[in-house]
Design a protein. Structure first.
Length: 325
């Protein structure tokens, strides 16, 4: 089979190599899946750089989220187990952790439903306890993680303010359903949030960026608001002033979705049922901005790493080279 493999850590576009290799052999409790679509996530870039919390032995195949097909023809979504990731024709996953792919979504959309939407659902509902009528602020609203939070926030009855970088991404955020869109390149984010909320601020802030975005969040959060720390795609891990949280009566809430897979996997399946129902009703639909063939995976991971994409980029091994859409 063909598989992208990383032999040395570095930038994805430099260290990912497309190679011919034998298909993986699944161990006990594992399942071999034919990859129908592999979604590109920012952690794929961190894996290539050796900066992710998990560091698989070299060489490994990145790709942490797929829609695959079982030997008996079932269409499923899964998190492949490294070193046999999803940017290949075949991947390996925990047999007990695969989930049925929603009929309402195609392969690329189904692959994109998993990590980003599970993170959004657990973050907004389990950790931040978002309520209908509250104001939700989403940083990087046009990105893969942010776009999922926007849709889930709207589905929950929240008023959603989206922050995006540049006119093109701001337009995507509007199309996703944001009630208010702030272009961080041309607007003062804190002033714009205060202006849109009558000076009150946002009840829940969804932050997958960190750095400057977190500093803005601390100034824009409402009384008894919740800042949801999801990740640090901006490259800087902030050091919050805890006295500020005390003075303003807000909460700083962390979310590591992967822990639920080991601590409470039943909740992961419950979340998937909720997401499947929302997809069937048309309340959520993953934004897949690009579908590329397997040969385009390294370039796609690099574009995601560089912040040059909107929504999700999906790698489809069956797609002919040059047929990206």
């Amino acid at each position: 089979m063909q598989a992208w493999r990383v032999h040395d850590n570095g930038e994805p576009g430099e260290v990912m190599r497309l190679e011919e290799t034998g298909p993986p052999t699944p161990g006990e409790g594992r399942i071999l899946l034919k990859v129908r679509a592999a979604n590109v996530n920012f952690p794929d870039a961190l894996l290539c750089r050796g900066q992710y919390q998990v560091r698989p032995p070299l060489p490994f195949t990145p790709g942490v989220e797929i829609c695959g097909e079982t030997e008996d023809g079932r269409r499923v979504i899964a998190n492949p187990e490294l070193p046999y990731g999803g940017f290949a024709e075949w991947a390996v996953a925990d047999a007990d952790a695969v989930l049925p792919a929603p009929d309402a979504l195609d392969d690329a959309e189904a692959a994109a439903l998993h990590i980003g939407y599970q993170t959004g659902w657990f973050g907004l509902h389990r950790r931040a306890r978002l309520e209908a009528g509250e104001t939700l602020l989403v940083h990087a609203a046009a990105g893969g993680v942010g776009s999922a939070a926007v849709q889930l926030g709207k589905a929950a009855g929240a008023r959603v303010i989206g922050v995006a970088g540049g006119a093109a991404k701001a337009a995507v955020a509007r199309e996703l359903g944001c009630d208010v869109v702030i272009d961080r390149h041309t607007e003062d984010v804190v002033a714009a949030v205060k202006g849109a909320t009558g000076g009150r601020g946002a009840d829940v802030i969804y932050d997958p960026v960190g750095g400057t975005a977190y500093a803005q969040s601390a100034k824009a959060v409402a009384f008894e608001g919740r800042i949801l720390v999801v990740g640090f795609a901006g490259g800087t891990v902030p050091s919050p002033a805890l006295n500020h949280a005390l003075v303003k009566n807000y909460s700083i809430v962390g979310l590591h979705w992967g822990l639920y897979n080991t601590r409470n996997p039943g909740l992961v399946r419950h979340c998937h049922e909720q997401l499947t129902d929302l997809a069937a009703r048309g309340a959520i639909k993953p934004l897949v901005s690009e579908r590329v063939p397997l040969a385009g995976a390294a370039a796609a991971v690099q574009r995601v790493a560089d912040g040059a994409t909107t929504g999700r980029v999906a790698v489809l091994p069956a797609l002919k080279d040059g047929a990206a859409a």
